[in-house]
Write a protein that binds this ligand. Structure first.
Ligand SMILES: [Zn+2]
Length: 157
């Protein structure tokens, strides 16, 4: 078995959609970034890459590569899963936490979990998505950014 950890943070930006785990969240602003800025999927991608002993997300999907402008992060996650298969690993489980002061994410947890399981190609029971606030501390606490943490377990096929 192999375990990996992923972390990501994106600042809020006016005029953008808010996507978390491939799900559009109702919010007056979204996250800034080169791709669709799905901070949750980016953390999961880094956790999977780390578990597989590969490089980080920026290595495979460089932010200065125009072909990734506005990229759908579900596609990036799907490509990550395809990279891991030939190494002899399958995704065992993924556990993730989104840290956001706003908006309230509880109503979206179930669908984010389903969406993530779909893209990973594993049963929903192997995917966990949690949400918490930063208790008003720092940039995340002031509602300036959203962060995400993920842990992924890979099992030998
Ligand atoms: Zn990111």
């Amino acid at each position: 078995m192999r375990v990996g950890i992923g972390y990501d943070i994106h600042r809020f930006q006016e005029g953008r959609r808010l996507l978390l785990g491939g799900v559009e969240i109702e919010c007056e602003k979204g996250l800034g970034g080169h791709s669709d800025a799905d901070v949750l999927l980016h953390a999961v991608i880094d956790a999977l890459l780390g578990a597989a002993g590969l490089s980080d997300i920026g290595h495979y999907f460089p932010p200065d590569d125009p072909s990734f402008a506005g990229a759908d992060s579900r596609e990036l996650l799907s490509r990550t899963v395809q990279m891991i298969g030939p190494l002899g690993y399958a995704v065992g489980n993924v556990d993730a936490t989104v840290i956001a002061e706003e908006p309230r994410l509880a109503p979206y947890i179930k669908v984010m979990r389903q969406r993530l399981a779909d893209v990973l190609g594993i049963d929903e029971s192997r995917v966990s998505v949690k949400a918490t606030t930063n208790e008003g501390v720092g940039e995340v606490g002031r509602g300036e950014a959203i962060a995400a943490l993920a842990v992924a377990l890979l099992v030998q096929r």
